[in-house]
Every structure is written in C-alpha cells, then in structure tokens.
Ligand binder design. Structure first.
Ligand code: AMP
Length: 288
C-alpha cells in the first residue's frame, strides 16, 4: 500500500494504470474509518484491479458554525484499516495542496440540495461536488463507492456524474449499523453517554414510519407528524428535520405513491447525526 500526498504523483499513477487497461475503484472519505467505510472498500476491492481511498476533511463542505475543527482524526488507525482491506493507495492531501489559493470557480448544486441536509447546511453540497470533481479529475476512477447513510449525497453525486458526463459507475452500499441499529458514523464518538443511548431511536423512528406505510398510511404530513411525536422525547437531541420526499429526485410529495426517502437529522451537543430509510409505496424497503 502506498500513501500519496502529492496530487501530480497521484494523477501520473492513475493515468499509467488506465493506460495499462486497469480498472480503478475510488472510495472518497473523511477518515476516522469504521465498518461503514470498510463496506465500501470491500465492494471496491472485489470489483477493481486498483483501489484508491482518499482521506480528506474538506473545509469547503463545512459551514462556519460546524464541526470542522472537532471532526475526529486518526491517521495511524486509518492506515491500518486501509492495509487490512488491501487498498493500493491512500490519497492523503493537505488542505493547502487541494486549495493553494481560493478557488476562482466552484460548482453549485441547483436541484436535489434545497431539502434535507442541503437545507440545514447551506453550501454543503456545493463543497461536496467541488471536491469530488477535483478528485475525479485526479483519479479518473472507473467506479466510485458511496454509502446509503448519506442518501442525499448519493442523489447529488448521481446528478454530478450524469450532468457532467463523467464516465464513472456509481455504486451504492447499504448502511452499516451498530448492534442497536445506530448507523455507524465517525461522529458517534462525539456523543455523550445519554445521547448515545437515545441515538438508536432515530432509526427506530424511521422504521416505525415505514411500518405505518406498510399498514396503509399514505399521507406524508400525517406520517411525519407521527414520527416526530415518536422521536421527540426519546432521542436525547434536538430534531433538525424529519422529511419524506421522492427518491432519488428529492421532490416534495403529499401522497406516498412511489419510491420515497424518509430521513431525519438530530442535533446533539457535539454532533449532528443523520439516517434514512428508502421504501416503496407499500412500505417495502428498496435500498440500503
Ligand atoms: P465520510 O467519511 O463520513 O465522509 O463517509 C465516506 C463514505 O462512507 C460516504 O460515502 C458515506 O456514505 C460512507 N459511510 C459512512 N458511514 C457509513 C455507514 N454506516 N454505512 C455505509 N457507508 C457509510
């Protein structure tokens, strides 16, 4: 396994692999790797000749009051996990090398970003697609791997690839969870004990919502109201949003008559957690 910090070096390596006809699987992350990230690495390892993992906490996708500085980091641990998963290259750029001066050009997401996390975190997805466009141009991946935990990110990356004609396959990987159902996240270490006890109720609330649809509930507003009531006292946090939208278009709907995403975000003292479930009009889980 090689650790590359230099952009030119990465670009040259990738180009030479492509010339040799090798497929490149790319797993973009912000590090502090856990089993969710490992699921992406394993999928990439199975399907490609070369696997590149990037670890970059991208300042462009954090708002001013967000947790950029307290975002957990552990280079040594990440190196070990990558090694165990037979990664060929960890790309570990510095902020200065990615953004040596303020960019003159940034991408802007004009659909699929005015709801859910895009609404709560203005500019977040602009930062995500801008860094991904840079990384895609450095790596030229055959396939990229993203987790369903960040379902809106997948919808936005799907748009980036299609709208800008990147010749890249997008592979989505189901959410990996703790035994009690909490979605694994690098941010879980920032939960206080009581918050950690309440956090699994996020997924329980979403599953409760899915079951209501299974039992015949069709009305979006009613459903969201019931889930809010369920979650309000149990989560030990403050609900940022609970939303039900069409998926992957992320359009508002009144009646549940197609594939939808039911998603929630909850603020804790030092972390904000998100989770979702995607299901059809019968309440049957369809993705993730
Ligand atoms: P992050 O390091 O949080 O930016 O995540 C990097 C990638 O890992 C994204 O595609 C995430 O969706 C994915 N990921 C994070 N947590 C999980 C999880 N619990 N299960 C599956 N994928 C995950």
């Amino acid at each position: 396994m090689e650790i590359i910090t230099n952009i030119k070096q990465l670009q040259q390596k990738s180009i030479s692999w492509i010339r040799q006809g090798k497929s490149i699987g790319f797993v973009p992350t912000m590090g502090y790797l856990h089993e969710g990230h490992e699921a992406l690495m394993k999928a990439a390892r199975q399907e490609n000749d070369i696997v590149i993992l990037s670890i970059f906490v991208n300042p462009l996708q954090f708002g001013e009051s967000e947790d950029l500085n307290s975002y957990p980091r552990d280079e040594e641990h990440d190196r070990k996990v990558a090694e165990e998963n037979e990664i060929d290259v960890i790309f570990f750029p510095s902020v200065d090398s990615m953004y040596p001066k303020p960019l003159s050009l940034e991408l802007s997401v004009v659909r699929r970003a005015d709801v859910l996390c895009g609404k709560s975190r203005p500019g977040h997805f602009d930062g995500v697609v801008t860094v991904l466009a840079k990384l895609f141009n450095m790596i030229h991946p055959t396939s990229v791997y993203f987790g369903m935990k960040d379902a809106q990110q997948i919808a936005v990356v799907d748009a980036l690839i299609k709208d800008f004609n990147y010749p890249i396959n997008l592979t989505t990987v189901p959410t990996v969870r703790e035994k009690d159902g909490l979605a694994k996240s690098s941010r879980n270490v920032n939960l206080f004990d009581q918050e950690r006890i309440g956090a699994p109720f996020i997924q329980q609330a979403l599953q409760y919502g899915r079951q209501l649809v299974e039992n015949g509930e069709k009305n979006q507003a009613e459903l969201v109201k019931k889930i809010r009531q369920f979650l309000e006292n149990k989560s030990h946090g403050n609900i940022d949003y609970i939303e039900l939208l069409s998926y992957p278009e992320l359009e508002p709907i009144e009646l549940i008559d197609q594939q939808v995403i039911l998603a929630a975000a909850v603020f804790y003292q030092k972390a904000r957690l998100i989770d979702n479930v995607v299901f059809n009009e019968k309440g049957e889980k369809t993705l993730g």
